[in-house]
Design a protein around this ligand. Structure first.
Ligand code: GDP
Ligand code: MG
Length: 399
């Protein structure tokens, strides 16, 4: 069945560079992800433009010939937006937009747009708005003023026309106001967190779309929104969970993604507080994704940026039902043969590589969930009885 919205999807073109540090294969992986992001934002990719260059052109990012090619493609095919995988300087963005006479976005702009679309609570909306204004501030001059903003579409959600086109001072004031508002909500939230008492707090972390919300649902029997799109939800969900009578709090957090701009991590610091205050992290990985090892490193980088990298952690490899061995091209790193990429061998090598607890499940098909749940119980129990020693007898120690 074709979704109704497919008919109205905005036509887009993706652009990326092959450089010394970014091979064709790596670029293709990034562009696959950018494609998924575009789809999540409500776009349809018509074509990819790539070019091999030492470094991006300071004025137009691409070389002159490629730009001409892109320009005529955009015109003939009525392309609504051109999306660059790398961050464009404000000047580049304006130059390119004038040249192509269409909307131009970079990965950051696209991610911000998805966030704007998906933020539900006023807290999340404030955080996105703050990030959007910070992103816009250096780009105010000339950006989009020659375009019809009323058209809407990708990159156009969020702060309205008047704010963007008036001067920077207004935007700066807005930024200050939002920051103050967030500080006051932060205080409220920290009181709320305080009120939750000494219950053990477990936080699900991981790349976007790996199955965190699905796992949350299967452990807590609650209904958290899960969808096969990037950043299906932006808001943190906290649930009280009971496993074998032992109560604890479980948090489902926003997913991480590669090339996440630092300004975004900054705006989402408060959302990420749930992670920094957790007693135990569950790092969820989609083992069926061919780039899962890159995903793990991206998540680890963000965890260390928010100083949460030395917390107790369980590695939880999900989607074992979907694992396709041809997908995995990283086994060279695991010192096992190139021939045998079976799931069994991958599990063995991953177990060797991670010094922490590690489990393999399928949350969707409910495979091996119990072994993981038992371990979770054991870990939570350990922390719980340090806080409530007189409760130890209530919760049997399982071997
Ligand atoms: P999140 O972004 O990490 O919260 O991921 P979600 O829980 O929203 O799941 C993303 C997509 O992956 C959804 O379409 C889920 O149905 C799907 N999914 C989750 N777990 C599994 C699994 O074990 N196997 C398969 N095949 N799909 C899964
Ligand atoms: Mg989710």
């Amino acid at each position: 069945m074709i979704e109704k919205s497919l008919i109205n999807l905005e036509k887009t073109v993706l652009v990326g560079l092959i450089t010394k540090n970014q091979t064709k294969q790596v670029l293709n992986e990034y562009l696959d992800e950018l494609n998924f992001l575009t789809y999540t934002a409500g776009g349809k990719v018509s074509k990819r433009f790539t070019q091999k260059m030492e470094s991006p052109d300071p004025k137009y990012f691409l070389g002159k010939g490629k730009m001409d090619e892109l320009q005529s493609y955009v015109k003939v095919n009525e392309i609504g937006s051109v999306i660059f995988d790398d961050e464009l300087s404000p000047a580049q963005q304006i130059n390119i937009e004038k040249f192509l006479k269409t909307k131009v976005l970079d990965r950051t702009g696209l991610i911000l747009d998805i966030f704007a679309q998906r933020a539900k609570t006023s807290y999340a909306r404030n955080q996105v708005e703050l990030a959007q204004y910070q992103y816009l501030l250096p780009r105010l001059k000339g950006l989009w003023t020659h375009l019809e903003r009323q058209k809407g579409g990708i990159g156009m959600r969020g702060p309205g026309e008047t704010e963007i086109e008036t001067d920077r001072r207004i935007v700066r004031n807005k930024i200050n106001l939002l920051k103050k508002k967030l500080v006051s909500i932060d205080k409220q939230m920290s009181t709320q967190r305080g009120n939750r008492g000494a219950l053990v707090r477990v936080s699900l972390v991981g790349y976007t779309n790996v199955g965190k919300s699905t796992i949350m649902n299967s452990i807590s029997k609650s209904k958290v929104f899960a969808e096969d799109k990037l950043f299906a939800t932006l808001d943190t969900t906290v649930r009280k969970v009971v496993v074998d009578n032992l109560p604890f709090l479980m948090t489902d957090t926003v997913g991480f993604i590669r090339k996440l701009p630092t300004q975004l991590v900054d705006s989402f610091k408060s959302t990420l507080t749930e992670i920094t205050e957790a007693d135990l992290l569950i790092h969820v990985v989609d083992i069926s994704h061919k780039n899962f090892e890159d995903h793990i490193s991206s998540v680890n980088i963000i965890l260390s940026e928010i100083n949460a990298n030395d917390k107790p952690i369980i590695m939880l490899f999900n989607k074992t039902d979907k694992y396709i061995k041809e997908n995995i091209n990283h086994l060279e790193n695991h010192e096992i043969g190139f021939e045998d990429k079976s799931l069994t061998n991958l599990k063995i090598s991953l177990k060797k590589n991670f010094k922490t607890d590690i489990f393999f499940i399928s949350a969707l098909r409910k495979l091996d969930i119990n072994t993981f749940r038992n371990e979770l119980y054991k870990k939570v129990r350990e922390i719980h009885i340090t806080r409530f020693p007189y409760n130890a007898f209530l919760y049997p120690d399982i071997k």
